[in-house]
Design a protein around this ligand. Structure first.
Ligand SMILES: Nc1ncnc2c1ncn2[C@@H]1O[C@H](COP(=O)(O)OP(=O)(O)OP(=O)(O)O)[C@@H](O)[C@H]1O
Ligand SMILES: [Mg+2]
Length: 228
């Protein structure tokens, strides 16, 4: 079953085409990493998939989703627990008790049981990101989107978040992850999409993409090896 399907999606900002003809689908249990140079359209693709941005042409079908951003986007005036329970109670109209219990289970899973009453400003970046993952999971999404979930974090906190994502992958959570962490993408995903200049250049298993003969793919991944 497809959790996301995009067909011939196009998007331009003014004269500039950003998504030029994007077609792909994500099946239940897939973990898809989207890689590619800055400006290639990765965030725009996620924003179109999740309805934050309108596309110009094409078709998108997406199941209920959760979104985790680079900058956490927590409500600063809500406690950690309130950040997690607010949307399930107010928007999904689910029973309070059930939502609170699930939220506490999620916090435990994220190793944050002692932070229930803390406010976002009292947390480290890695803790904030774990709260935003718990908040996304509290909506019981069918698919989770991450846009550079570790790019605001130092290497140690990055590992913390990558571990959480790896655990979710083991639980067969369907995920689409925009990332510049090549070794993580290779390790955790069953599929990698390489985007450049608004097009999908490669869509395959990590093995296929990392051994691709395509000149651009090789150049991009080569740069990565040298800089890391
Ligand atoms: N709201 C907007 N208005 C105008 N141009 C935009 C807007 N959002 C994105 N763009 C342009 O679209 C192009 C693709 O941007 P996008 O954010 O999707 O790239 P990206 O692949 O996510 O890059 P990065 O790796 O740096 O995050 C860029 O040239 C950007 O300047
Ligand atoms: Mg981006």
């Amino acid at each position: 079953m497809n959790m996301l399907e995009m067909k011939h999606v196009k998007k331009a900002f003014g004269e500039t085409g950003v998504l030029k003809d994007i077609s792909f689908s994500v099946k239940e249990g897939d973990v898809v990493s989207i890689i590619g140079p800055s400006g290639s359209g990765k965030s725009t693709l996620l924003r179109c998939a999740t309805g934050l941005e309108t596309m110009d042409e094409g078709e998108i079908q997406c199941e209920e989703f959760g979104l985790v951003f680079q900058n956490f986007n927590l409500f600063p005036h809500f406690s950690v627990l309130k950040n997690i329970v607010d949307a399930p109670i107010r928007n999904q109209k689910r029973p309070k008790e059930e939502v609170y219990q699930e939220a506490r289970e999620l916090l435990e899973k994220m190793g944050l049981s002692d932070k229930e009453t803390a406010y976002p400003c009292e947390l480290s970046g890695g803790q904030k990101q774990r709260v935003s993952i718990a908040r996304a999971l509290a909506m019981n999404p069918k698919i989770l989107f991450f846009d550079e979930p570790t790019s605001a974090l130092d290497p140690e906190l990055t590992l913390e978040i990558l571990k959480v994502i790896r655990e979710l992958a083991e639980e067969k959570m369907t995920m689409v992850i925009v990332t510049h962490e090549m070794s993580f993408a290779r390790d955790v995903s069953n599929r990698i999409i390489f985007m450049e200049n608004g097009y999908i250049v490669e869509d395959g298993t990590p093995e296929e993409v990392f051994t691709s003969e395509n000149a651009r793919t090789r150049e991009f991944l080569g740069k990565y090896h040298h800089s890391s």
